[in-house]
Design a protein around this ligand. Sequence first.
Ligand code: SF4
Length: 270
Amino acid sequence: MKVLVEDPLREAERIEGMVTRRRGGTLLRAYFMIGYNKPYTGKAVLAGMTGCNMRCIYCMWPPRNLRPRRVREESLLTPRQAAEKIIAAAKENNLSAAKIGGGEPTIGWEHTISLIRILEEESSLNLVLETNGIIPAVRGDIAEDISTTRRLVVRVSIKAATPEMFQKITRVPSAYFDYPFRFMERLVDSGVEPSRIKPVIMISFEDPRVVARLGERLAEIDYRLIRNAEPEIVLAYPDTLRRMKRYGRRLRPSPFDYPWDEEDRYMTLF
Ligand code: SF4
C-alpha cells in the first residue's frame, strides 16, 4: 500500500493553515459537523473538526472533511461559538457527553484547548478527545494542557499492532507507529490519571494474538492502560466498504474469530 503522507507532522501544519483563521486574538477552527447522528456519534454530541494528517483506508469521513481544498466561511467557529453549539445539541438530544474529534482535533490545538476549558467551565458534559496521537507525541504542551483539565478523557487511536500494518492502514510511514504510545507516555509523565487515558485498538485487520502483544507496550507506560484499552472495529458504512473494496482490503470475518490460522490469506491482499 502506497504511502500518501510522507511526513504527517508537516502535513498537519499544511492542514492547519487551511482550517484555521486568526481573528483578533482568537483562533477560529473549521468544523464539518457539530451535532448528533446516532450511527456516527454513538451517545454523544460530535464536534467534528475538519482536517486530518492521516489517510486511513477505513476512515468513515469523505476526503472533503479531511483535506478540504477550501473552507467555507460559515464553518469557521470561535471556541465559544463551538461550545455554544455543542451545549445546545446536547440539550436538544438529551445527551450528557461530547466527543471532540474529527478529523484530528490537535490540529489547531490553541482553539481546541480553549473549547475544552469553556465546556468544562460552562457545562457538566462528559468530554472525550479523540486523537491519532501523532502531533501530541512531539508537542509536550498538549499533554501539559490536558493535565490541567478536570474531566477530559483522552482516547488515543492505535491503528495497528505492527509498524508494517500501521503503514498499510494509515498510509503514513511505519516510523510513526510508536508515536501514539509516546503521547500516552507524555500524558502519564504530565500527571494525567491513567483512568483518563483510553487506548483504542483497531482489531479488524490483524491476528488477535499479534494485537494482544500491544499489551506489553502499554504496560511499559502504565499497566493500568491495559485495563482501559478498548477494541475498535471497522464500521460497515457504505462509503467505508466501497473504499475498502477499492483498496482490495478485506476485514477479518469476525473480531473474535479464533483460531486465526489463515493469516497469510489476508496479509497478501495488500
Ligand atoms: S486518523 Fe481518524 S479522521 Fe484521520 S484519516 Fe484516520 S480515521 Fe480518518
